[in-house]
Ligand binder design. Structure first.
Ligand code: HTL
Length: 659
């Protein structure tokens, strides 16, 4: 029987003998590799945190204490140790556990999370609450070196160092964000590792450690004296300067050592940062060798792991277009907040390294740096995921939009994103962008249109938000920028069915992925116009006026929340213009959508092919009804007073079932 078989909570880990901890870590690592081979997921980060996870559960109790994992993507081990082992084969799939810590999933998860850099502020709040109520529990934040690049994390450190609540901050430093970590703090942490005095201190710490283990809980004065040299050594250390006690760096894969320091630190007053060095992908050759590819793995054969190719993605289409545009115009820059790979920018970063900027996990900095560039005549493109742009909202309004600066937002992962789930859904951006004056918003239907819109956005000037979904797209033909087709700014296009409203029973307005669904749903119906409503702002007013005037019922379809999306925009516009047009709006209705297969979720939420078909049928029936009502009224109007039983009754009676 394995050790893991006996573990479903921290208390079970705490019952182990300390010599058993490395065995538990080995089992946990093997289990994570096996689980991810079936499910995919955040393999490399979870592997790097295995010893840390075991040590945390050995020293702390995640039911009593609050362990706040930053991002929460490195917690597969934590989930396995806390009663979710049997569910892990469905992690990130519909009905299975989330890929991040989620409070509603387990009381062991202190925070619902997925976005980076929140752990320190949340842990600070928990520590303050604890102290206010005088309840005895520990608060531990676990933050990666990547997440520490976020302004929120740094601002929280500033508060923690000021208020000094008792808490442990574990800095899990693997030198990597998703790609190589960036920034001055990162450089400082590299220097910390090579300082000879620290290495000496570390070996002293290790020697002391051997003497001090038994019993773990009893740290007499000898222990304290021996370890004091290692604790708090750095007077020129920025963490120290911010008011934290700093310990480390220590080897984060020596589980006994990590547990030793955690146990010691929990006895100390005030905030202490324990700096642990780990290796992303630890213990799995391929992931150690290429932690970037194996950061977010697709499923693989555990005995012969080969990273699955993803095919040509929307992100690649953007990256390729950006390279071409930057070649054409030396004012074009691309800025990413730590998402080089996900945003398709690896080739761009090599092609135009001087006009490429990774600012770390700092979306706010990405947006305002773009504002600064634009103020000096450059043409920045901020490549950003829809859900992460939420972090740059104030900057977008205050720093870019108020001055109407020439900044293009290349918004990736717009719509439901699948396995990453609730925290990463890109379904709010139009609602929060639409109210911003002079900001244009559009979504292309394919890679050719993406190019055209990107080129058009740079030509238009001012702030422009272009969005595209996660997933694959057909490669656009290899043509020079001058030959890229233009899109008339603000125009929609009928892509199938009648282009004259007089011939249409229903018009379906869709954009992005839903356009494909609309085409499929309307495939056999010659009277249904399917419209690529690619501009969300400005709407195609002229088109709308013509079709509304003809009274054609509209169905809007979007992979976005209904509140504030295309449907809302169209309804508001028609109401303001005095049209009364029957409308159905399909999209996400006031719910948070968790992880799952987006195609199935679109169907479930009523805006997949079936949902559109039903909406078309309902609109068609309504149209027929209206036509009959109209006919009825005109016949009644034409009939002589006290008229005969003939004519009108027949006409109305012919379609009783529709009433
Ligand atoms: N921006 C924000 C605000 N949140 C997230 N989660 C991202 C971007 C994307 N992201 C991750 S994981 C990750 C990023 C940038 C790297 C985190 O690096 P860290 O941890 O050093 O903290 P490591 O993976 O163990 O090295 C996800 O979305 C999962």
């Amino acid at each position: 029987m394995s050790l893991l078989d006996h573990i479903s909570t921290s208390a079970d880990v705490a019952r182990l003998r300390r010599e058993q901890l490395p065995h538990l870590a080995a089992e946990l690592r093997a289990e994570i590799i096996d689980v991810c081979s079936e499910t995919g997921g955040h393999l490399a980060s979870s592997l790097g945190a295995v010893e840390l996870t075991v040590a945390l559960h050995y020293v702390h109790d995640s039911l009593r204490d609050r362990i706040v994992w930053d991002v929460g993507h490195q917690t597969y081990g934590h989930k396995i140790l806390t009663g979710r082992r049997h569910l892990m084969r469905r992690i990130r799939q519909h009905g299975g556990p989330a890929g991040f810590t989620t409070s509603s999933e387990s009381p062991h998860d202190a925070l619902t999370v997925g976005h980076a850099s929140t752990s320190l502020a949340a842990a600070l709040g928990m520590a303050l609450a604890r102290d206010a109520r005088e309840v005895p529990y520990d608060v531990v934040a676990v933050i990666g070196d990547g997440a520490l690049t976020g302004g929120m994390a740094l601002a929280a450190l500033n508060q923690i160092g000021h208020l000094k609540p008792r808490m442990t901050i574990v800095l899990n430093d693997n030198e990597m964000s998703i790609s190589e970590n960036v920034g001055a703090l990162n450089e400082f942490m590299r220097r910390l590792q090579v300082q000879p005095w620290l290495q000496r201190a570390e070996s002293r710490g290790k020697a002391a450690l051997r003497d001090l283990w038994a019993p773990l809980a009893e740290f007499g004065s000898r222990a304290k004296k021996a370890t004091r040299r290692f604790f708090d050594p750095a007077s020129n250390n920025p963490f120290h300067a911010m008011g934290l006690r700093y310990v480390g760096p220590i080897d984060g894969h020596d589980v006994e050592q990590v547990a030793f320091y955690l146990a010691h630190i929990r006895e100390l007053e005030g905030p202490t940062m324990l700096h642990v060095l780990t290796r992303k992908g630890k213990g799995y050759d391929v992931a150690e060798a290429d932690p970037i590819t194996w950061h977010g793995a697709s499923r693989y054969d555990a005995s012969n792991p080969v990273a699955a190719g993803k095919g040509y993605q929307w992100s690649d289409a953007f990256g390729d277009a950006a390279i071409a545009l930057a070649e054409n115009d030396d004012r074009v820059w691309v800025i990413t907040p730590a998402m080089r790979e996900g945003s398709g920018l690896v080739p761009y970063s090599k092609a135009h390294p001087k006009r490429y900027l990774d600012v770390g996990i700092a979306e706010d900095v990405a947006v305002t740096t773009a504002a600064g560039l634009a103020l000096r005549g450059e043409r920045p493109i901020v490549a950003i995921y829809s859900s992460f742009l939420q972090r740059g909202y104030d900057q977008l309004i205050h720093d870019v939009a108020l001055e109407s600066l020439d900044v293009v937002f290349a918004i990736d992962r717009a719509g439901l994103v699948g396995a990453d789930g609730m925290t990463h859904q890109g379904v709010f951006d139009m609602a929060y962008l639409r109210p911003i004056p002079n900001l244009a918003i559009a979504m292309p239907k394919d890679a050719v249109e993406l190019r055209a819109l990107l080129k058009g956005a740079l030509a238009r000037g001012g702030p422009v938000a272009l969005r595209w979904p996660r997933g694959s797209v057909a490669v656009a033909p290899d043509t020079a920028v001058e030959a890229w087709p233009d899109v008339a700014w603000g125009s929609w296009e009928v892509v199938s069915g009648p282009s004259d409203p007089a011939d249409a029973t229903v018009a379906v307005l869709a954009y992005g992925v839903t356009l494909g669904y609309a085409l499929e749903a309307a495939a056999a119906a010659g009277d249904v116009a399917v419209v690529n409503a690619r501009f969300l702002k400005p709407l195609d007013d002229a088109w709308l006026a013509r079709w509304a005037d003809a009274g054609v019922p509209l169905v809007t379809v979007e992979d976005h929340v209904l509140a504030g999306g295309l449907g809302s925009a169209v309804a508001e516009h028609l109401a303001d213009a005095g049209f009364e047009v029957p409308m159905q709006r399909l999209g996400i209705d006031d719910v948070h959508v968790s992880h799952g297969d987006p195609r199935l979720q679109h169907e479930e939420l009523g805006y997949g092919v079936q949902g559109i078909r039903s909406a078309i049928a309902a609109s068609r029936a309504r149209r027929v009804r209206r036509a009959e009502d109209h006919l009825h009224r005109s016949v009644e109007a034409a009939a002589p007073a006290g008229g005969t039983e003939a004519g009108p009754h027949e006409a109305v009676g012919a379609v009783p079932s529709l009433r």
